[in-house]
Design a protein around this ligand. Structure first.
Ligand code: ZN
Length: 69
């Protein structure tokens, strides 16, 4: 029996990450894509990957996002 559901814990961690993470280029808020495990900056059209729960906040690691979102 787990004292604290792992899923809920992950959600708390995710929410806290989103509070502190902004786009390194425009300092704007990021959108969390749970399915793709990416943090997306809409103005810059960049998606920062999350690897093993750690967001990779480097512009040269980011993926270009299609403008038709
Ligand atoms: Zn940005």
């Amino acid at each position: 029996m787990l004292p604290w559901p792992l899923k809920l814990w992950r959600n708390v961690v995710d929410a806290r990450l989103l509070d502190i993470l902004v786009c390194p280029l425009c300092k704007g808020p990021l959108e969390y894509d749970k399915k793709a495990q990416e943090l997306t900056c809409r103005p810059d059209r960049l998606a920062y990957p999350i690897r093993d729960g750690i967001p990779i906040m480097w512009a040269d690691q980011a993926r270009k996002v299609e403008p038709t979102l």
